[in-house]
Design a protein around this ligand. Structure first.
Ligand code: NDP
Length: 287
């Protein structure tokens, strides 16, 4: 079967170019520029790398970003004051708390302080509620990236059987809900699911968000399925791989995303898109 390999690395560039055009037009019209605030606490090297990646991504489309770097020993109160300042700042459209927070800080309590209308990570319970009731709000970036990749595959979920392997709050659960909102019939699987290959083999759309290198081989795949691989796993040789055994599966799929260059690059792209969306809503409210 001829399979289409859909690269998030390419799609994210396309989407970014569109966003850059929009922001260039705002600048040309003398309007305020959208702005993302990132709150980084402590010196976790991985977090610093992620934050730099987000700053660069903003800069690449002409979006403003401000990183508020706080010492690892800040109190919960000080952190929440910082969040409140960002909530109150009319120039800030999106607020992202870089997780995990250092020990002693309560990330759930911190997320609750973020204004739901600036919660571009989609982690505030208000936005989770909006997603589950089918109301407009912010959706977490990785699940949104999966939906954009399906769109790029020309795969309309309506009327299709979808299987999501993984039920985390960050990926599995919200992507399952998005698929259901898009009129797919959705089965959510996890580590206690019996006969997983059989369940997956019913799927027209298969989303793997597990964290097990190459677990999904061709025995899990329905001929002609659309496969989105969210997993990011480091192999012994240091290379990254997904949850799907790409080489074993690819010829059985209609379309598939690789790892790396698949879902990964879409996540930051959707953060930019959520921030721009927040800007538009805020500006429309001010008119
Ligand atoms: P979690 O560890 O939070 O969730 C993993 C899920 O997979 C759980 O629901 C778990 O089941 C299920 N699972 C684990 N083992 C099995 C198994 N043998 N069979 C069936 N189900 C299983 O991970 P995340 O959701 O945060 O992330 C999943 C993957 O996606 C990771 O590889 C992560 O690195 C990657 N990721 C990629 C992102 C990107 O930008 N591309 C962003 C975020 C994550 P149970 O609930 O029963 O424990």
């Amino acid at each position: 079967m001829m399979s289409t390999i859909v690269y998030g690395s390419e799609l994210s560039l396309e989407l970014r170019a569109g966003m850059k055009e929009q922001i260039d037009a705002l600048k040309a019209a003398g309007k305020r520029v959208p702005c993302l605030a990132v709150i980084l606490v402590g010196d976790n090297p991985a977090s610093q790398v992620y934050v730099r990646g987000k700053e660069k991504a903003c800069a690449s489309i002409g979006m403003e970003s401000h990183t508020f770097h706080m010492d690892a020993d800040v109190s919960q109160e000080e952190l929440e004051e910082m969040i409140q300042k960002c909530n109150d700042n009319p120039k800030i459209d999106g607020i992202l708390i870089q997780l995990p927070l250092p020990k002693g800080l309560d990330s759930q309590k911190a997320v609750l302080c973020v204004d739901p209308d600036k919660d571009v990570d989609g982690l505030h319970p208000m936005n989770i509620g909006r997603l589950y009731t089918g109301n407009p709000g912010f959706v977490p970036c990785t699940p949104l990236g999966c939906m954009e990749l399906l769109k790029k595959m020309n795969c309309d979920p309506a009327g299709k059987m979808a299987v999501v392997v993984g039920r985390s709050n960050l990926v599995g659960a919200p992507v399952a809900r998005l698929l259901q909102n898009a009129n797919a019939t959705v089965t959510i699987c996890h580590s206690k699911t019996p006969d997983l290959p059989h369940v997956c083999a019913q799927a027209d759309i298969l989303i793997a968000a597990i964290g097990r290198p190459k677990m999904i081989d061709h025995t899990y795949i329905k001929e002609g399925a659309y496969v989105v691989d969210v997993g990011i796993n480091r192999q012994e040789d240091g290379k990254l791989c997904g949850d799907v055994d790409f080489d074993d599966v690819v010829e059985h799929t209609a379309a598939i995303t690789p790892v790396p260059k698949g879902v990964g690059p879409m996540t930051i792209c959707m953060l930019l898109s959520n921030t721009l969306k927040s800007y538009e809503a805020r500006e429309a409210g001010n008119e």
